[in-house]
Design a protein around this ligand. Structure first.
Ligand code: 4FV
Length: 258
């Protein structure tokens, strides 16, 4: 998979995208990451990429011309094409299912806004999709782009072993089960004996119940989505009923009475 990132601060990407799993994925040719400095498409001698907002107000706005020229040049630079995605706090909220969807694409072109944002006309003309990584405001879209590249790249086949993708948090709306490793006792805290039993069937059942317990305790909204998506088994629903939880709309509301 190919990632193109358009930014005013390409140096920010050294480190997060050049270490560990993403580094090995690039070395193995599973992914390629191309950084493009939007300022390279500024045509005036001061290489201006931003200007004051029409209508007044604080801050600056990214100019349409250099940004549009950058997007069109990068799109034309290579086949296959790919969606142009703007990272912005008013985009659709990024999550694991969007990450899975994007990881099926051959290419992704990410646009990092800065200042107050980009000229609206570029959004109308050249942006295919807008994604937010969360309901808070960053100084720029760069960190958001790194988050999206990291979450998507690790789902590209061969980047990490598929075994560890299967049961991780949000893979099926449920949160992950707790993890333990040596020593068996640490500071008086013992690893749950079931995990030392070697009974893989019972370990799988324990891990599933821990995922349900944790999701019910921390993110009951996800449990409702899991139920709606049909990923909860009869055994799951029976266990959850013991804990007083019923899928919304199942006649019994979550705290067990009509
Ligand atoms: C953001 C977010 C974000 C807004 C103004 C960049 C900043 C500045 N991007 N998810 N949250 N962007 O806060 O994606 O231009």
């Amino acid at each position: 998979m190919r990632f193109d990132i358009l930014t005013l601060f390409p140096a920010m990407f050294q480190g997060p995208l050049t270490e560990s799993i993403l580094k090995r994925a690039q070395q193995a040719g599973k992914i390629t990451i191309h950084l493009h400095d939007i300022r390279d498409w500024a045509t005036d001698r001061h290489r201006t990429v931003d200007d004051a907002p029409y209508g007044g107000g604080a801050g600056m706005v990214m100019k349409a011309e250099p940004l549009a020229a950058a997007i069109q040049a990068v799109q034309a630079a290579d086949e296959p094409g790919g969606p142009v995605v703007l990272l912005t706090p008013d985009g659709e909220l990024f999550n694991q299912s969007i990450a899975r969807e994007l990881a099926t694409l051959p290419r992704l072109i990410l646009v990092c806004g800065h200042y107050e944002g980009i000229d609206e006309r570029v959004r109308e003309r050249l942006i295919d999709r807008e994604i937010s990584i969360g309901d808070y405001v960053l100084t720029g879209g760069e960190l958001a782009a790194m988050v999206v590249v990291d979450a998507v790249a690790r789902l590209v086949p061969g980047v990490i072993d598929s075994e560890s993708i299967v049961e991780e948090s949000h893979s099926d709306f449920l949160l992950e089960y707790p993890h333990y490793t040596r020593p068996a006792v640490w500071e008086g805290l013992a690893v749950p004996s079931i995990l030392l039993s070697g009974h893989h069937g019972e370990i799988a059942r324990w891990r599933r119940s821990e995922r349900l317990r944790r999701t019910l305790a921390r993110r009951p909204d996800l449990l409702a989505r899991a139920a709606a998506a049909g990923v909860l088994t009869k055994a799951d629903l029976a266990l959850l009923a013991e804990w007083g939880w019923q899928p919304p709309g199942s006649g019994w509301n979550t705290d067990g009475h009509e």
